[in-house]
Design a protein around this ligand. Structure first.
Ligand SMILES: Cc1ncc(COP(=O)(O)O)c(C=O)c1O
Length: 1006
């Protein structure tokens, strides 16, 4: 049959092409790959197809090209005779209409991931452009009677009667009733030609490794009808929300995109969500009817599942959805909102003071992520902390106020979390004003009111006593105020429906025992509508949803008779910080991520940005025992209270720290030097090596990094060999890094460690040839910037013996690998069975405090001690010594090396299972929590997948997981979290990474 249609394509269109069958519900569709490389779609319409249907589509394509030339629709290819379509007999001799159009790039939206909000917004824009182009299009076939015409969707009403599942029946009846209520208004909207079937398979997407995915096509005009354009967006929305993790924002993005090119009215916007539900109702009823006709076809039932999941499972409030859609389109949240705002502004100053006194001069107390260090653990506010929130602002019983729209970390209960992980979105932004005053303080009604809600919500960290009042403006508009954390006696003194006079005392502030456990205050919130909130208002919003919540619950300052600016939180502007940084720092001070992130708080292996969004830190090895460790805080504060001096005076902290360091070292190392950084430590190590050996020349593996000082850079090929680098000094000799995945000698070669070690002989020959003298060899025990490389076992031991034989000193840079990170080993050289002469420690040893350590033998120290004083002002400061000793003690006390072993094992196992599923992962390597995942676009040639690694890095950040990339080709994912990481965090890394890899496969298969 294919051959037959191939011949027809040639004879009718002059196109020689190879045909491949595509899916199609009724018609035969073929992908035609032309001999000349051009690609087309051949459509062979079903038997009996009305020619008008084809004619409509052909003409619509012309219309689109004429009115929206850049729109991603296919071009219609005319027949050899210049017609839009042809009618030819098929193999059985039955006449069929055929037509041809150009093929478009991209994969179907159904097969594409991620369905990001920005992609959905651009889909909305494209649909808007399409409808704009079709606005004047007319065709008799648009008016046909058709089950998918949403304006006529009421046909499903009688069809639900026989349904047997009562809850489904009731649900559908509800949706239909909502629809019927809208029908007259819908019928009054102007009609135009709409696509009418923008489903996942009719949308094409072109993915890109930069993450800038775009809509590359909207296809299949076969369901076009004349209907109000609001039906178009409701139908597209019905597909976009299905199985989307964030359906409300997905629909909002779609509508905002459409609105940006073809603005809706509020009447249209308010209708979108009920129409969307009606479209889904039509789908499920239609497939239920089909299932009756074809009871043996399981696909019919399976295909309804996502629609049922959405209709039955999603607790989306229609009122709130309406508000959300209005907000993203820049409309007031309700029609009354502007009038209520005007009323509040006009009356500002005339309301009765709710605290019984003027608040104009009341001090503000910031509780923001930026300003406050409460709670110590941003995942768990303790009862003591809750009861003392803001105590620092208490001043002789004065009332003080907490900000509106302030991001805070004090909301730690599960109810604030929006996903399964600790690093999932959470609600952090306070959308009320707090007034702190002693318990028992009376509150007054700001204006006449009716009691709408009075309750005691007595769960810990809830409101305790809470009241919602409703108020009416002169125009008759209703708005609401909420008062939380009250003395619960209000439940006995107030009744729902009771009216209050302006200024009337109606409740009292509760004690912590009565008010949910909080420091006494009232949470005072204004709402312009209770649609979607009912009696259970969120007092705190997701920072990414403020576009909605600041409209529903605006700043209530007017009701307190104070200006909005007084209570409005001024955020730490990331943009401003960035601008200042760009102005005042060197351009090569690099920031992670193109769209940088700003962190203000940390806790263990999580970081929090300025809005309190949590991130899983799977990248930073400096906070070795976790961010903001309480023991480090305590020891540093304690020492700063006493004194902080240097090694010119005796202090037990210095020797205690040295004892601790040496307790971890092999016996032959007995002398410590304390410095400020890894770079300084390496500088000193070079001086020691030179002093001891009398030589200058150094051997080091390629692509290593040892620090940013002049000497360290000279030994860091990762820096000096880069374009713009200082180049290689004549006393520096590079050997190939012992990378048995990508390097010269691979894992299938049992002799590879010896072969890599033998490369040192060439370097020694080079030194001899130039008349130099060897000082020593330095290597990161496991090269990190080189790509988280694990050299073959025994490599370093073999190298060291060659170096020693040549009179050199062996330096192990353990800055990245030391102190238990490797799980099975405290240091990397242990795994290599190597005995360094000098060990360099840095980064993690101070957990963020600047300290480096050099440890060596008594002999080498003696060679260095030649009469010239050695002194590093801050190296070995009392504060540093106490801090760093505490770090090492914590590693032991909290069993962090063992945790690194266990969590590293879980991570590596999970990564290896991802490797089995995804060809993109060429190699998984590491020990403990020193892990590399090498991405390759071809497992044979090992072609580095650099762009894919960059894509993963950025997507992981969007998923709130911080990782890095490394290696000469920047194609190795670097995962090295603080050693405190737990199972759920490892699982999060694996789940999110798996998702990124699946995304990559849908648009860049390898
Ligand atoms: C292996 C190694 N050595 C030395 C250093 C330099 O340490 P610092 O930046 O503390 O000077 C680094 C820093 O990344 C490193 O990774």
């Amino acid at each position: 049959m294919r051959a037959y249609w191939q011949d027809v394509l040639k004879s009718e269109y002059g196109i020689s092409a190879e045909l491949t069958r595509l899916n199609g519900e009724y018609d035969l569709n073929f992908f035609a790959k032309g001999d000349d490389g051009r690609t087309h779609i051949l459509k062979v319409m079903h038997v009996g197809c009305d020619a008008q249907l084809v004619d409509m589509q052909c003409k619509a394509l012309h219309q689109i090209k004429k009115f929206a030339p850049g729109f991603p629709a296919p071009f219609l290819v005319p027949t050899a005779e210049g017609q839009g379509y042809a009618s030819v007999p098929d193999v059985a001799g039955v006449m069929r209409h055929i037509w041809v159009m150009t093929a478009l790039d991209g994969v179907s939206y159904a097969d594409f991931k991620p369905h990001s909000l920005s992609l959905i917004e651009s889909l909305g824009r494209q649909i808007g452009l399409l409808d704009k182009a079709l606005e004047q299009f007319t065709h008799p076939y648009l008016e046909r009677d058709f089950k998918w015409n949403l304006t006529k969707a009421g046909w499903i009403r009688p069809k639900i009667t026989p349904l047997t599942n009562p809850s489904r029946k009731a649900l559908l009846a509800d949706i239909i009733s909502d629809f019927e209520a809208l029908e007259p208004e819908l019928a009054a909207f102007p009609k135009q030609a709409i696509h009418n079937d923008i489903n996942d398979y009719n949308i094409l997407v072109r993915g890109s490794l930069t993450g800038d995915h775009d809509i590359s096509g909207l296809i299949d005009l076969g369901d076009m009808v004349a209907a109000p354009r609001v039906c178009e967006i409701a139908i597209a929305g019905a597909y976009v929300v299905l199985d989307h993790g964030d359906p409300e924002n997905a629909l909002a993005a779609l509508v905002a995109g459409y609105h940006s090119v073809r603005p809706f009215s509020t009447a249209e916007i308010d209708m979108i969500y009920p129409l969307l539900r009606m479209r889904l109702a039509v789908s499920v009823v239609n497939s239920t009817l089909m299932a009756e006709q074809t009871p043996d076809d399981p696909y019919v039932t399976i295909s309804q599942a996502p629609a049922w999941r959405f209709l039955e499972g999603q607790k989306i409030d229609a009122g709130l959805m309406r508000a959300r859609l209005r907000c993203v389109c820049g409309f007031p949240v309700t029609d009354a909102a502007p009038r209520i705002h005007a009323f509040l502004n006009a009356e500002r100053g005339n309301f009765a003071p709710i605290m019984g006194e003027d608040l104009s001069d009341a001090p503000m107390g910031p509780l923001s992520v930026a300003a406050s260090t409460t709670p110590r653990n941003p995942f768990d506010l303790s009862p003591q902390e809750a009861a003392l929130v803001g105590q620092e602002f208490e001043d002789q019983e004065r009332i003080w106020l907490g900000y509106y729209a302030e991001p805070r970390l004090i909301y730690t209960a599960d109810a604030f979390r929006k996903g399964p992980w600790k690093a999932s979105n959470r609600r952090t932004v306070h959308i009320a004003v707090d007034a702190f005053a002693p318990a028992g303080r009376s509150l007054h009604a700001p204006m006449e009111a009716t009691v709408a809600v009075v309750e005691n919500r007595n769960m810990h960290l809830d409101y305790g006593g809470v009241i919602i009042l409703s108020h009416k403006t002169q125009d008759g508009d209703i708005f609401y105020t909420l008062y939380g954390h009250l003395d619960p006696e209000v439940t006995t003194t107030l009744k729902i429906g009771q009216t209050l006079k302006k200024g009337e005392v109606f409740c009292k502030l509760g004690t912590p025992a009565q008010n949910g456990g909080w420091s006494p205050h009232v949470h005072f919130q204004l709402a312009l509508t209770t649609d979607g909130m009912g009696e259970d208002w969120p007092g705190v919003a997701d920072p990414d949803e403020l576009y909605l919540w600041q409209e529903v619950c605006p700043n209530p300052a007017a009701l307190l008779n104070i200006p909005d600016v007084k209570t409005a939180y001024q955020p730490v502007e990331m943009e401003m910080v960035l601008k200042k940084r760009q102005a005042h720092f060197g351009g090569n001070l690099k920031l992670s991520y193109e769209n940088p992130v700003m962190f203000l708080r940390g806790w263990r292996h999580h970081l929090f940005d300025e809005m309190g969004r949590p991130y899983l830190d799977a990248y930073n090895n400096v906070p070795h025992v976790g961010h903001a460790h309480p023991r480090i805080q305590a020891v540093a504060a304690d020492q700063l209270k006493r004194m902080n001096s240097n090694t010119r005076y005796l202090h037990p902290a210095q020797t205690e720290f040295a004892d601790k360091v040496l307790s971890k070292m092999p016996d032959h190392l007995s002398v410590c030097f304390f410095v400020n950084s890894g770079s300084e430590a390496n500088e000193l190590a070079f001086r020691l090596a030179r002093a001891h050996s009398g030589g200058k020349d150094m051997i080091t593996p390629d692509h290593g990094y040892h620090g940013n000082t002049t000497g360290a850079i000279d030994l860091s090929a990762y820096k000096f060999n880069k374009p713009g680098g200082v180049g290689q000094q004549d006393w520096v000799h590079l050997v190939e890094v012992a990378d048995d995945y990508r390097g010269r000698f691979r894992r299938d070669d049992p002799g590879r460690s010896g072969k890599y070690a033998a490369l040192v002989d060439d370097a020694l020959d080079e030194i001899a040839a130039r008349g130099g003298k060897l000082a020593g060899f330095i290597a990161e025990t496991f090269p990190s910037v080189g790509g988280q490389i694990i050299p073959p076992a025994g490599y370093l031991a073999k190298v060291y013996s060659k170096i020693r034989a040549a009179g050199g000193v062996c330096i192990a840079d353990e800055v990245q690998t030391g102190l238990g990170r490797l799980g099975d080993y405290y240091f990397g050289f242990e795994q290599q069975c190597a005995k360094p002469d000098i060990i360099v420690l840095g980064k993690p040893i101070g957990n963020g405090h600047p300290i480096g350590v050099v440890v060596t033998t008594a002999e080498i120290a003696k060679s260095f001690s030649n009469g010239i004083e050695y002194f590093s002002t801050f190296g070995g400061s009392t504060l540093s010594c106490r801090t760093a000793k505490e770090v090492l003690d914590i590693v032991d006390d909290e069993g962090l090396q063992e945790n690194a072993r266990l969590m590293g094992g879980r991570l590596l196992d999970g990564l290896r299972s991802l490797q089995r599923k995804h060809n993109l992962i060429g190699d998984v390597r590491g020990f403990g929590l020193f892990v590399g995942v090498e991405l390759v676009s071809d497992r044979e040639s090992l072609a580095p997948a650099t762009d894919a690694a960059d894509y993963v890095l950025n997507r992981m950040r969007e998923h709130r997981v911080l990782i890095g990339t490394e290696g000469p080709y920047d194609n190795i994912l670097k995962i090295r979290p603080p050693l405190t990481i737990e199972e759920e965090d490892v699982d999060m890394i694996l789940e999110k990474l798996g998702g990124c890899l699946r995304e990559l496969e849908c648009f860049s298969p390898c």
